[in-house]
Design a protein around this ligand. Sequence first.
Ligand code: ADP
Ligand code: MG
Length: 569
Amino acid sequence: MSDRKDSSRRIIVLREDVSRKIAAGEVIDRPFSVVRELLDNSLDAGSKTIDLYLYGGGIREIRIVDDGSGMNNEDLKICCRRHTTSKIVEEDDLYKTDTLGFRGEALASIATCSRLEIISFAEDSNHANRLVVHGGKLVSLEEHAGKRGTSVLVSDLFFNMPARRRFLKSTSSETYMCRSIFADRALPFTGVAFRMFIEDKMRYFFPVQELKERVCAAYKDAVKPSLLALLDTETEDFKLKIVMGDPALARKDRKFIQIFVNGRRVSDYSLMQAVEYAYTGFVPGGYHPVCFVFLNVNPELVDFNIHPAKKEVKLKNISSLRQGIIGLITKHLNIPLYQGVSPAPGRITDQDNLFKVFKKSSGTWERTGSDSLFTGRMQPEEYPPPSVDEDIKYFGQVFGLFLIVRKGNTVLLIDQHAAHERIIFDELMEKQYSSQKLLIPIDFSADRVEAAVIERNLPVLIELGVELKRKENGRYIIESMPEDFLILEAEEVVRFIKEDQGDQNRVKREIMDALACRLAVKDGDRLDDITAVELLRKALQLKDPKCPHGRPIWFSVSKDDLLKFVKRK
Ligand code: ADP
Ligand code: MG
């Protein structure tokens, strides 16, 4: 039984003040929503400089000062009523607006749930006015000293809505959210100077600057200017600017895949996915690129009206936007910087990643070398060789292929490719695969014999996460497969699926073998010490030191044997 009482109550029309509070809560639910709306208004007013001050996580006080067009006495009188806006008149305007706000709800909502003071000096007035509203009630409106533009002060947020106040987080988390929204808003508006002060300390200063510089200024801990590139393109339908991070900046979260549409940060999944897709093969599995995408689209092709905070967006030409993004990034990643011998600057260097980094080069996939190129080296005595283990020392590489190691009284010559291939192969065989939807499904045809093989292999393919559908006329389509398989060419994947291996278990081995071979260091790859030692440590632990095709991984010769060779023994 529900404990709700008084179910016999009749439907009533909500009192004005109650409905106003409910509506206010939809737009303003925490300090950062106030910051968002006030920044929007200052930007819409054509400001050139905007200063934001935050005290007590924005719960105690938020103040924003701009030099925009301002509001005169008449504007101030009505600006805090619901549905008052200077930005649209007709419904039709909704589809053409290029301003950040247009609902005429923000100031009304803020006024309802805080103590609000606005001092504004409009372009067409000869003095400033001051408006004070507490909890939605007008306190005063009078002439006041002030400079051109508008200053808005919001204090004691939710002072009259205790339930909402209880839902607020700590001062530091509210501050963090305000900082994030500040950066989100400031990023695309590079022609406007912004400052943000927290408890009177200046935390951000963005002068009028280039897009790349702005991104660096906003996220200086996460990005380096030398690892960012600015790309742009323009078509009839859209303008696109991308500040793209070098694959070396890749990280485990998607925090810095940021998409902006007409000045607003949006969380559009398909555009984010387009970015990830473009970087496929350049960042290791489980990592995500750093990439800021700024799209400007004809307002008639965009609908922000579907989300109260305008975070979601409906885009009419989504597939051409996606293609635009993928094309621009891919083109940049395919320039020689990322190809051939010269290593990309600042490539991921922590040991864990060295094992995962691989890159695409002219349609085929290769593992890259690492930053510090180690030339095969036979050092004099005083050179302390890197230790693989207590009694295992690494001496260098010869013939671009063999790693030389002393293990106790034995010298080992280890085939770097075979060893690495085996290590990766074992890891891949153990791994659980989860499938991922392909942006561009793989479509292929199979004759009767091949179709029978495919049907037989189906259970293994399903286990591996390859989702296959049969179409008419002997056609098949691969809709999903694990991310790891993306380093194989589509034709190759199809070949593995169609080829009769005699035994189902072979199918998995063959695929893993192809992946391992592709991912492993190649003959001629020069390894730095860290990579070599890491590889050796794993290789020397292999139970069955053979490559996946059964060839031995190393050749060993003992000190005794060597002494015998030179007839010393
Ligand atoms: P909206 O932005 O959706 O129009 P708001 O409630 O945010 O609605 O603002 C109402 C109106 O107040 C705006 O349309 C604008 O005319 C005016 N206004 C608000 N803030 C400012 C500002 N900083 N400078 C100039 N005008 C402003
Ligand atoms: Mg607004």
